[in-house]
Design a protein around this ligand. Structure first.
Ligand SMILES: Nc1nc2c(ncn2[C@@H]2O[C@H](COP(=O)(O)OP(=O)(O)OP(=O)(O)O)[C@@H](O)[C@H]2O)c(=O)[nH]1
Length: 435
């Protein structure tokens, strides 16, 4: 944590750190609370003195009817992996009988606020920060280096002929840009420069142009409809993709804009996620609705909507447990959370944001497809673009689904999440590091 951190553009396109294939994600607080790592092991009771003000965090401490589910040790998916049947059971609401019962009963009443569990105050790191573009470029450097290196290898003193175009197409597909974009780029070069000398620089220029063309329509800011009080945002995604961290960063942005926000610790499956949100709550002066780990997430969402409505909050952001998109019962649980929210606010959730881990590669396409169908995803947040060689996947996703991309993340820090800019991303992935 003491390492000097380069700027954003530099981290997006400049990190030399080898990124291993997707690993089981260790829940930790990263830079939020660097001195207080949270163990990925089954949650231990917190023993330190409470630091969070009782008024800041609303903990709904009803005794759970259900056993605490086993800690979620599912691995994030890789391209080749398909989930097997060995996963531990999901939260209680994944039990169909339980789901039916809960849907038939009115939502639980909010319990009185109680002091939050003890969470150590986050320690803000002071690091030199570059511009967003420099940090973006730095983060995407592995992607751009890989692409740039391969392109340079193809176009060293070679005319643009069929063979070079085929080689280039292969390189672009391997960089996860998708067949359509790869073809668009090679066709553009064929049209304008066939049989002429072409430099790697020329090719990178065309790459940046074509990537920007694909990304421009999807680069849309997250619009908060002020007519909705609260504007309800549901955060969904596969395990460890950055939902909780993104909620914290987003809350920081929204509160800095003067909005009153409430967070709901709907990832009741992972104790660390609840604590993580509580840290963000303390940091941003935002109340966090929570229940003990293992509680029903739908009931919590219901209470959070009631509470945020009663308090006339501008925005309510609801976290959810990570789930693999092809675990049918877990996706059914997500649908149930949405149905329960609609009982109180028929048009809600007003935004369903899917977090995608850029290091996942091609599996992200299936995540967008299935979460889109089952949870009505309205926008995307791509995290962990720092240090991955697979940043091109965002282009393939944009091309295939056309869903708005609201934010991208290039690190764990609060200012490592920024609204998505098509031209910055295109320049960064093409290896243009000039801010
Ligand atoms: N390098 C990097 N790490 C990130 C980024 N966003 C989140 N992380 C880290 O990724 C890890 C998982 O993030 P979480 O926010 O806990 O993910 P989650 O989706 O809530 O996880 P589950 O609750 O298990 O589904 C944490 O260590 C974060 O600090 C990013 O943009 N870059």
């Amino acid at each position: 944590m003491s390492e000097k951190k380069p700027g954003f553009f530099k981290r997006l396109f400049g990190g030399q750190v080898e990124t291993p294939p997707p690993q089981p994600v260790k829940p930790d607080l990263g830079p939020i609370a660097p001195n207080h790592p949270i163990s990925p092991e089954p949650p231990e009771p917190l023993t330190e003195d409470p630091i969070i003000e009782p008024s800041q965090v609303a903990s709904v401490d009803e005794p759970s009817e259900h056993e605490l589910p086993p800690e979620d040790d599912r691995e994030p998916p890789s391209d080749s992996e398909t989930p097997d049947d060995d996963f531990p059971p999901g939260p209680p609401e994944t039990d169909p009988d339980y789901v039916d019962d809960l849907e038939d009963t009115p939502g639980p009443q909010p319990a009185p606020s109680a002091p939050a569990p003890a969470v150590e105050q986050p320690v803000e790191e002071t690091k030199p920060r570059g511009s967003w573009f420099s940090r973006l470029a730095s983060g995407l450097k592995r992607s751009s280096d890989q692409l740039g290196g391969s392109i340079a290898g193809i176009f060293t003193r070679r005319k643009l002929d069929d063979e070079t175009l085929e080689d280039l197409e292969d390189v672009l597909i391997q960089a996860d840009l998708g067949i359509d974009t790869a073809t668009a780029i090679t066709e553009s070069l064929r049209r304008d420069r066939y049989e002429r000398d072409v430099s790697a620089e020329d090719v990178r220029g065309v790459l940046a142009q074509e990537v920007e063309k694909v990304l421009k329509p999807v680069a849309q800011p997250l619009q908060i409809d002020t007519g909705q009080k609260p504007f309800i945002i549901l955060m969904v995604g596969v395990n460890g993709t950055g939902k909780t961290t993104t909620i914290g960063k987003l809350t920081q942005k929204l509160t800095a804009e003067g909005r009153s926000v409430m967070m709901a610790a709907g990832d009741t499956f992972r104790a660390a996620a609840i604590e993580q949100l509580q840290v963000w709550g303390e940091r941003t002066g935002t109340p966090v609705i929570s229940k003990p780990a293992g509680s029903d997430a739908s009931g919590l969402a219901y209470e959070a909507v009631e509470r945020a409505t009663a308090e006339k909050r501008d925005v309510l952001i609801i976290d959810t447990a990570g789930r693999l998109q092809n675990r049918d019962e877990l996706m059914g649980e997500l649908e149930k959370i949405i149905r329960v929210i609609k009982k109180l606010s028929p048009d809600a959730p007003h935004a369903v944001l899917l977090t995608l881990d850029a290091t996942t590669g091609q599996n992200a396409l299936s995540q967008v497809e299935i979460f889109g169908k089952r949870a009505g995803v309205t926008g995307l947040v791509m995290t962990k673009l720092d240090g991955t060689a697979r940043g091109g996947i965002l282009v393939a996703i944009a091309n295939r689904f056309g869903l708005p991309v609201h934010f991208i993340g290039v690190g764990e820090g609060v200012d490592d999440l920024e609204p998505f800019s098509a031209s910055d991303f295109a320049r960064a992935i093409a290896g243009d590091t000039q801010a």
